[in-house]
Design a protein around this ligand. Structure first.
Ligand SMILES: Nc1ncnc2c1ncn2[C@@H]1O[C@H](COP(=O)(O)OP(=O)(O)OP(=O)(O)O)[C@@H](O)[C@H]1O
Ligand SMILES: [Mg+2]
Length: 233
């Protein structure tokens, strides 16, 4: 499969604070990639820098052949990248369906409302409920569903399972597997190692603002001693 996202020598800063120190990463079309790493190593910052929330950045980000360094944040979805941040960003006063309809459809290939409700039956049941009434798991599913309607080619997810009950985590895993079958490319930041090892094709291990290792899921048993050392898992 050809590379969809190519990141080279990516550096970024929060003001004076230099957080990414030359991130190199390639994601091929249809791959499901998980970024692992301890707290504070720059996982979320990597996603925020790729989509352009952090504008103080240097290096190369090519997506689908397009130079993302020149793409403003509000055009990221049009370029084909959808980002679900850790805080999810559900509008509390809008209903589930209003939240779903909010982002513009940017390309063909997005899921219809019907397909979304098929994939997330609990959102269908709650279509008229306001955002405030949703559980954490429902909010996470809504945040993902909302992006899937837009037709983006790649999904960036920041810790989608954080704080959720095991049964909901499993449900999100099933949804991600179905998305993979549809050809979606996914870059996932995940601390839930068990969850990640069930769905990822390949891992990147991050430390001190850099990718320090990458390996396919088949090498996971061999990599465990190194992961133990770096992650403490
Ligand atoms: N808005 C911000 N302003 C300044 N520094 C920040 C900001 N957000 C994060 N940082 C700092 O940047 C570094 C990387 O943070 P980041 O959130 O990317 O880590 P992370 O790997 O996602 O960690 P976690 O596992 O806790 O989510 C940390 O030292 C953090 O304190
Ligand atoms: Mg984070």
């Amino acid at each position: 499969m050809k590379p969809l996202l190519e990141v080279k020598g990516l550096n970024s800063w929060y003001g004076e604070s230099h957080v990414l120190h030359g991130v190199d990463m390639t994601v091929r079309e249809g791959e499901m990639i998980t970024i692992l790493g301890r707290n504070g190593v720059g996982k979320s910052t990597t996603l925020r820098t790729i989509v352009g929330i952090l504008r103080e950045r240097k290096g190369q980000i090519l997506f689908d052949g397009k130079d993302m360094m020149t793409v403003p944040l509000h055009r990221t979805a049009h370029a084909g990248i959808g980002f679900v941040p850790e805080e999810r960003g559900i509008f509390a006063t809008l209903t589930v369906e209003e939240n779903l309809m909010l982002p513009p459809v940017v390309a063909k290939g997005g899921l219809s409302l019907e397909e979304i409700y098929g994939l997330f039956p609990n959102l269908a049941e709650r279509r008229t409920s306001p955002g405030t009434k949703l559980s954490g798991g429902e909010q996470q599913m809504l945040a993902m569903a909302r992006i899937l309607r837009t037709g983006v080619k790649m999904l960036l997810l920041d810790e989608p399972t954080e704080g959720l009950a095991p049964v909901i985590v499993q449900r999100i895993g099933e949804v991600l597997k179905k998305l993979k079958e549809r050809g979606m490319t996914v870059l996932l930041v995940e601390q839930n190692f068990r969850f990640a090892s069930k769905i990822a094709d390949r891992f990147y291990l991050m430390d001190h603002g850099q990718m320090v290792a990458d390996f396919p899921v088949s090498e996971l048993p061999d990599q465990m001693p190194m992961l133990h050392k770096v992650l403490g898992v």
